[in-house]
Design a protein around this ligand. Structure first.
Ligand SMILES: CCC[C@@H]1NC[C@@H](O)[C@H](O)[C@H]1C(=O)O
Length: 600
């Protein structure tokens, strides 16, 4: 688990310099790099943009599909003025694992392609001079790492990944790299929880530092007026006439943490924007500030042409424009934690997000679907290591994202095999170990695939609310048989109702692959008309069951997947195309959702 995952800020005590841009890049198929000393830097690579996945910049298949070790290198200057400071390189994400070298010295390694980590380089840098950072990355998949898959070797000796999941294995320095100078004594972390008292609110906080200097915490409103202050590493900020953070009606305060005796010359200062709101599950209702809400939105991917899985602020800005236009209020970070800047935008825009770890592909049937095996995923020599990494990434996910008002819930798996008895002890361990990680005690859950129903799933006691992924009209009962699909879906909902549903049910995946521009009257599958028919069918069912408290259609946009006879250059279930243009279904939801209140 990382010591500190605070997002970088710049002020009189801290600096944050992004090292984005063109780096040197090389594949290392024969693991030559270590023998040839690449860790000291190299100039005979190709230029590679950062942040970006490397895959789509090449014109040959071997490079696009490359699986194995790869190396990045660049120079960076450390000013003499940085002497006495703690120096870190913060990697917002390297997919799927990395080892970091500075001036040829190995600093640290990290496992997990979607969460940040920081390398303390204080002892390795030359001040007032250029330095060299080298990243040795690897993008192989296995059953003992997240996301799950296999790596095979073809007869020609090339390695190839076999994902147990339906998104392309885009790899590389997918998010920004920061050079940080920090005070030796500093804020490492903070927590916030909220109590609403009529018009007023209490912000309970804790602050973690690496020293004994006193701490002062203040809260300023959106106009910069300080509305509350408190002393100590634990305390309560009393806010009169609190302006609450609401769904699609956000309000953010600025929290300032100062370390040191003298407010004029603090040892460290850390600021962040927070929203005062509460989240609760009450019966079959999801409550924000004690008011029931209904989730309207999407499963998404960090995916776009050229940059692959890299965070691209332009794409993110467009996606939020589309989600606001269509009347959405929420999304799931399927199937991995997104870049922190996404959560900051969601905080500002008043969107709720379900924050998901990359525990995807924990199901051999998925592997079978993608040409894999048919055996129990939760019974194998890989489980011990997988569990260690799974809970480690849950810990870091919650540590990183716990102060975002936009985070509604934690999704600990996507479509795991929960029919298998062997899943129960694994789920118990994960839910026991994650129980107290979130100071705000937000709901923990996971998605249930088609096979995992109220009759077959063995782990329905664990989630705080249910997330269902259902595909009648597509993967079964498609085309003219869609009426059987609707009847079957209603049968299942009747069983949930008869069983006495005591928790909210949110549909987190449903939809149909659709080739933009394909039309037919009457419809056939793959046409835009048929996608609307499927979505109208789901809407009819959602409107008939009161315990259904959300509809998040799969997917916001078309996205890249592995090649296969079930994919047409990727997954086409998008409501928008991959270049973010509307299919007919976008206008259906624009009409359906904008008729409703923003939060219901
Ligand atoms: C029947 C499982 C559906 C599946 N669910 C997980 C997503 O990551 C996939 O994209 C989606 C699909 O096949 O469209």
């Amino acid at each position: 688990m990382e010591t500190s995952l605070l997002y970088p800020v710049t002020n009189d005590q801290r600096t944050d310099q992004k090292l984005d841009g063109l780096w040197q890049f090389k594949f290392d198929e024969t693991k030559q790099g270590v023998k040839d000393g690449w860790e000291t830097g190299f100039h005979d690579g190709v230029s590679m943009p950062v942040p970006a996945s490397f895959n789509d910049f090449f014109t040959d298949k071997e490079s696009r599909e490359y699986t194995g070790d790869f190396w990045y290198s660049r120079k960076f200057f450390v000013p003499s003025a940085a002497k006495g400071k703690a120096l870190f390189l913060r990697f917002d994400a390297v997919t799927h694992r990395a080892t970091i070298f500075v001036n040829g010295k190995e600093i640290r390694s990290h496992e997990g392609g979607f969460l940040p980590f920081a390398a303390d380089i204080s002892s390795a840098v030359h001040y007032g001079a250029e330095n060299t950072v080298v990243v040795k990355g690897n993008n192989e998949l296995s059953r003992e790492a997240l996301p799950a898959g296999d790596t095979i070797t073809l007869r020609n000796g090339k390695k190839m990944v076999r994902p147990f999941f339906d998104f392309y294995n885009y790899s590389g320095l997918n998010r920004s790299v920061h050079l940080l100078t920090l005070p030796q004594e500093r804020v490492l972390d903070y927590t916030t929880t909220f109590e609403l008292n009529g018009q007023d609110a209490t912000v309970n906080y804790t602050v973690t530092t690496n020293g004994d200097a006193p701490v002062t915490v203040s809260l300023a409103d959106a106009d910069g007026q300080v509305v509350a202050t408190a002393q100590g590493k634990e305390g309560a900020l009393q806010v009169k006439n609190a302006h609450l953070w609401q769904v699609r009606n956000a309000y953010l305060y600025t929290l300032t943490i100062q370390v040191g005796d003298d407010a004029q010359t603090p040892v460290d200062t850390y600021t962040d924007r927070i929203g005062i709101r509460t989240i609760k599950i009450s019966g079959t209702n999801i409550l924000v500030n004690d008011k029931p809400i209904y989730l309207k939105g999407f499963g998404r991917h960090e995916d776009s042409p050229f940059a692959g899985r890299a965070f691209d602020l332009n794409v993110e800005k467009k996606d939020f424009a589309l989600m606001k236009w269509i009347g959405a209020n929420s999304f799931r970070t399927s199937h991995y934690p997104y870049d922190e800047q996404v959560y900051k935008i969601a905080d500002e825009e008043g969107f709720l997000l379900t924050d998901e770890v990359p525990a995807v592909g924990f199901k051999m049937a998925a592997a079978a679907f993608l040409g894999g095996l048919n055996q129990s995923f939760f019974k194998g020599p890989w489980l011990k290591k997988l569990h260690e990494r799974h809970i480690d990434q849950i810990r870091d996910l919650i540590k990183r994202d716990k102060n975002h008002p936009s985070v509604l819930a934690w999704s600990l798996f996507n479509e795991p095999d929960t029919i298998d008895e062997n899943a129960v002890p694994y789920f118990k361990q994960i839910f026991d170990e994650s129980k107290d990680l979130d100071p705000q005690s937000r709901p923990r859950t996971f998605t249930l695939s088609e096979d995992d129903t109220i009759e077959t799933s063995k782990v329905l006691d664990f989630p705080d609310f249910y997330m269902l992924n259902r595909y009648p009209g597509w993967y079964h009962f498609g085309g003219y048989q869609i009426s059987d699909g609707e009847a079957g879906l209603r049968d299942e909902m009747d069983k949930w109702q008869k069983a006495g549903v005591t928790k909210p049910v949110v549909f987190t995946e449903f939809g149909a692959d659709t080739e933009a521009g394909l039309h037919k009257l009457p419809s056939v599958m793959w046409t835009e008309e048929y996608q609307v028919e499927v979505l109208k069918m789901f809407s009819r069912v959602f409107d008939d069951y009161d315990f259904i408290k959300g509809e998040q259609v799969w997917n916001l946009a078309d996205f890249q997947t592995v090649e296969g006879n079930m994919r047409v250059n990727g997954n086409k279930k998008g409501i928008f195309t991959r270049d973010r243009q509307p299919k007919e279904a976008a206008f259906f939801y624009h009409d359906r959702w904008n008729k409703l209140p923003l939060d219901y």
